[in-house]
Design a protein around this ligand. Structure first.
Ligand code: SF4
Length: 258
């Protein structure tokens, strides 16, 4: 394993304009600097060398989440882990979350929830997902996450290129809304994940054996056929393929009816 470079957020070659979004050049420098680091070394560099307590993992505790959570736990059990409880999750996901947190010894789980006043106003019957899933995602995921990420300069997501669609050309580092967003598993394959689960005897999400291969909110998650695309079970009732939290804020707002 290549040793991580202990260094602060990289200095930029040119003096930035006062109103410049620094996350853009920083993501570009980090992309170049950490190109050759393996996933564990990258996470060590992020936590110990660059961001320390200004970086969080955002995890859905879904079908593939145990891998990144295990990797994070081997770096620092106090690594902040943000979990968005939308109020529409499967009970099995909450049970799995608690089991993983316990098994891995994670000590900094931050459970965030939608603003009750916003739900009362915009989704009083809890059926917004059926009329406008982008608006539902905005109030149940995007807005709570934006609140939770105040104070963080960077966050980690578990997306991978093999998920396809908009994720096909995913980079390890992105700049989104003034923060650096890191995708440490971008180049992992399905087989890599399976090998990792096996190597560390990680528990699977209980719904996986029932045919749910990508697991989000209950109303927006279906089973997938044996040979189907794992993400084809998400928002099968709507023309939506990506979770609102993975759009820039302006785009998430544009798609939502708010
Ligand atoms: S995934 Fe479905 S239920 Fe969950 S926040 Fe988005 S639209 Fe609403």
């Amino acid at each position: 394993m290549t040793a991580p470079t202990r260094s602060p957020i990289p200095a930029l070659k040119a003096t930035p304009a006062p109103d410049m979004d620094l996350s853009v050049p920083i993501a570009s420098v980090l992309l170049d600097r950490y190109r050759s680091l393996d996933t564990h070394a990258l996470l060590v560099a992020l936590r110990e060398g660059i961001y320390f307590n200004r970086i969080a993992l955002v995890s859905s505790f879904g079908a593939e989440s145990a891998v990144l959570l295990h990797l994070i736990s081997r770096v620092d059990v106090d690594f902040p882990v943000v979990f968005i409880d939308t109020g529409k999750l499967f009970g099995e996901t909450r049970t799995y979350r608690d089991r993983l947190v316990d098994n891995l010894g994670l000590r900094n789980l931050q459970i965030i929830k939608p603003d009750p006043k916003a739900l009362l106003r915009h989704d009083p019957k809890g059926l917004l997902f059926s009329k406008s899933p982008d608006t539902c995602c905005y109030w149940r995921k995007v807005e709570p996450l934006e609140r939770a990420l105040q104070g963080y300069d960077a966050w980690i997501s578990g997306r991978k290129r093999f998920h396809g669609a908009a994720r096909s050309d995913l980079k390890r580092f992105e700049a989104v809304d003034g923060r650096v967003k890191i995708n440490p598993l971008a180049d992992w394959s399905r087989a890599d994940l399976d090998r990792y689960f096996e190597k560390y005897a990680l528990p699977r999400h209980p719904l996986e054996k029932e045919g749910y291969l990508s697991i989000g909110c209950m109303p927006c998650t279906d089973r997938v056929a044996d040979d189907g695309d794992p993400r084809s079970g998400r928002w099968a009732h709507a023309r939506k393929t990506e979770c609102g939290i993975h759009f820039p804020l302006a785009e998430a707002r544009r798609r939502a009816v708010i």
